[in-house]
Write a protein that binds this ligand. Structure first.
Ligand code: S3P
Length: 420
């Protein structure tokens, strides 16, 4: 069983934004509870290459911002590693800057579509070249002189939305973005705290261009509910568990997993809700649930739990009835093709699961058996199957667990201290 309590590591999405926005704001920003995962360190590396003084120690990150128009032409190629958030948000910033830059990344980034960002940025007047009409890295950008945009987003994506918002700050007129579905809004919250003028009305976002951003001084990063998800599911399915997770980010654009768990008869409560850096956080008490029931996950719920689907699929194997996950085609273009990664690996563990074009159907409750898991170098697949292994008969081997450092350094240490 899992027993104990712990302080949750910082949110990946918020940590990226804290580095980027502090870099392009005037003044110094002190970031605490920053996620020292590989992805966020890729963001640090890219902004250092554009002349930003960023010092990182185990306790905090100090960013000496250069102002909205203070970035310098990168001294080298910008390498985003495995990080989709780095490349997509950074392209929005680069689009506003009158210099040349080239962006590359790892093998997984090489397969991820960028036209969803390069298309609107080109419409704003940015010059972009890249493989397959700027759909894939390497991508070369020459920004500056942007016009505003009225853009109906074809995909529900916070990365795309954020990229256009960032470019809009530099444009010569106002922009309007219409989201397809409400996605995480950390960009809007943090940029407004830095003095931007971003107005949200349902799915409509109006962004005014501005002269300058100003640091708020300190940012305390809320805990990452997407990382907590692995412990939430583990505690829900391992008999006798009770875990307290402190400082969980509860922004409602991210709490789809809690809505799902509630509808599945999960056993949890939230205490001590408070505001940290404009974001709601709280402590989550999560207990084993012996009567989990199936659910349907689709439509507007998908962006609110997109990164949690691998571990939610594991949860569904332990729920009575048929769980349907649909409208989640986006899973195919994450760090790996997550539909295939989840379905193939769960099948190998003996689950009754069927692949759909845009999701999967899981018939529970089923007994899982240990298996050889292919993580496809995808941190969330590796962690989801480590959770599955806790309730499986026999040993499970995961082919790559170093990728977990992308978002959850220290994951196995934490899991081992909770396992009793
Ligand atoms: C993120 C948005 C999501 C998510 C990713 C982080 C962000 O991607 O999957 O891990 O920080 O904006 P999309 O917005 O492209 O769906």
């Amino acid at each position: 069983m899992l027993k104990g309590s712990f302080e949750l590591i910082g949110d990946k999405s918020i940590s990226h934004r804290a580095i980027m926005f502090s870099s392009i704001a005037k003044g110094t920003t002190r970031i605490s509870n920053f996620l020292m995962g590989q992805d966020c360190l890729s963001t640090v590396d890219c902004f250092r290459k554009m002349g930003v003084d960023i010092s990182v120690n185990s306790k905090e990150v100090l960013v000496k911002g250069v102002g909205l128009r203070g970035l310098k032409k990168p001294i080298d190629i910008l390498d985003v590693g495995n990080s989709g958030t780095t490349i997509r948000l950074m392209m929005g910033i680069l689009a506003g800057n009158d210099f040349n830059s080239t962006i590359i990344g790892d093998e997984s980034i090489g397969k991820r579509p960028m036209k969803r960002v390069t298309d609107p940025l080109r419409l704003m007047g940015c010059s972009i070249d890249g493989k397959d009409d700027a759909n894939y890295i390497p991508i070369k950008i020459h920004g500056g002189n942007l016009n505003g945009i009225n853009y109906n987003m074809p995909v529900a994506s916070a990365q795309v939305k954020s990229s256009i918002i960032l470019a809009s700050l530099y444009a010569n007129e106002a922009s309007t973005i219409i989201e397809k579905s409400k996605s995480r809004n950390h960009t809007e919250i943090m940029l407004n705290s830095f003095g931007a003028n971003i107005k949200t009305d349902g799915l409509k976002i109006d962004v005014s261009p501005i002269d300058e951003l100003y640091s708020v001084g300190n940012i305390n990063v809320a805990g990452d509910i997407s990382s907590a998800a692995f412990i939430i599911v583990a505690a829900s399915i391992v008999k006798g568990s009770e875990v307290i997770i402190k400082n969980v980010g509860l922004n409602e654009t991210r709490t789809g997993i809690l809505d799902v768990l509630k509808s599945m008869n999960g056993n949890f409560e939230i205490v001590d809700k408070r505001l940290v850096g404009g974001e709601i956080v709280g402590d989550l008490i999560i207990r084993y649930s012996d009567n989990l029931t199936a659910t349907t996950i689709d439509s507007d719920l998908i962006p609110r739990l997109i990164d949690e689907i691998p571990v939610i699929a594991v949860l569904a194997t332990q729920a009575e009835g048929t769980t349907i996950i649909k409208d989640a085609k986006e899973l195919k273009v994450k760090e790996s093709n997550r539909i295939k990664a989840i379905v193939d690996n769960l099948k190998n563990m003996g689950a009754d699961i069927e692949e759909l074009e845009d999701g999967m159907v899981i018939n529970g409750k089923c007994e899982l058996k240990g298996a050889k898991i292919k993580a496809f170098n995808d941190h969330r697949i590796a962690m989801a199957f480590s959770v599955a292994s806790l309730i499986s008969k026999g040993k499970t081997y995961i082919d790559n667990t170093t990728c977990i450092d992308i978002s959850f350094p220290g994951y196995f240490n934490l899991l081992n201290t909770l396992l009793k």
